[in-house]
Design a protein around this ligand. Sequence first.
Ligand code: HEC
Ligand code: HEC
Length: 314
Amino acid sequence: MKRFPALPLAIVAFGVARAGWAQTRPQWPFLVPDKEQPPAKAEAGPIRIPDSSKTYTAAEIDNLAHPPDWFPDEHGPVPRVVEGASGLTALACGSCHLMRGQGHPESADLAGMPVEYIVRQMTDFKNGTRIDPARMNAIAKITSEEDARKAAEWFAALKPTVWVKVMESTTVPKSFVSTRGRMRLPLPAGGTEPLGNRIIELPQDAARAESRDPHSGFVAYVPVGSIEKGKRLVASGGAGKTINCNICHGDDLKGLGDVPRIAGLHPIYIGRQLYAFQGSEYSGTSAALMKKVVAKLADEDILAISAYVASLAP
Ligand code: HEC
Ligand code: HEC
């Protein structure tokens, strides 16, 4: 096992170009709802998913303060901050990250992440040294330190599962990003289009994903050749373009000490974070190492690394 290197001052002081990134970033990692939305199907009556005896209404499924727990037998007692409760207004972690922690491409996979890593991210979201304007800054602000730690301990104890199947392809189902949950979904009218230089991550089953089913994962379509290209960049440091990821994230990229697992995360999430490290979303001390790692990465490198790392077993 390699040791986690000490933080050299030169890296901490490393300046990163901040202005202008937002304009030049490709769109695929950033799930911005499309202006044109297909007509929403009204879900009437109770909703079921395979293998669960429970039923919920659409409104219950979308109650972010008290989300569904489809498989209560698969886990021990859940802290209140994660499962919420009727009558609470604070958003429960289990709604967006799911009770099993794997999350959706627009949120994050927290299963098995180190406790101290999760706690530190919550502190960074709270004090604004990590920015996620859509969700986490506001959530962290109203989450007590005690609850953040309880949630961290809960998610850290969950076993990560293979949740995203990465597939090389030249075409992809036509899709849109929904206003309702910021999730990318296949267009109901069907059809395919060229994938181009993008990663498109879609639910294996849209209805199940929208029901927050923790048993139904995702498929990521990535350009042909991108996995091999990502593997070369990650293993060799890409001829000075970056630093071998395994020095810090562990040989199998499953995490090392407090450095998080990156293997098997949503490729959309990985790409979004690599751009965020290049930009001004991260400004804390703990992000300084990653700012050095991403400084010279071009769009095509970020795409290839995201495809490869997501394809690894978590
Ligand atoms: C309304 C949806 C929502 C809820 C509720 C929510 N999160 Fe998040 N969370 C997100 C999104 C979206 C991201 C991804 C942010 C990004 O892309 O940088 C995220 C990211 C995170 C991360 C960073 C993960 C990483 O690998 O760095 C942590 C930690 C986290 N959330 C913890 C929590 C905890 C703890 C709770 C409950 C107190 C919670 N979240 C509730 C939407 C949510
Ligand atoms: C010198 C050490 C180091 C190296 C090398 C490194 N990382 Fe990291 N990485 C970190 C640390 C530390 C964090 C946590 C940052 C924080 O706390 O904000 C991190 C975080 C990340 C995250 C965010 C994870 C999450 O759950 O949000 C991603 C993605 C990532 N690294 C990808 C990579 C990739 C890909 C490589 C190789 C190209 C790499 N890292 C190389 C130290 C490193």
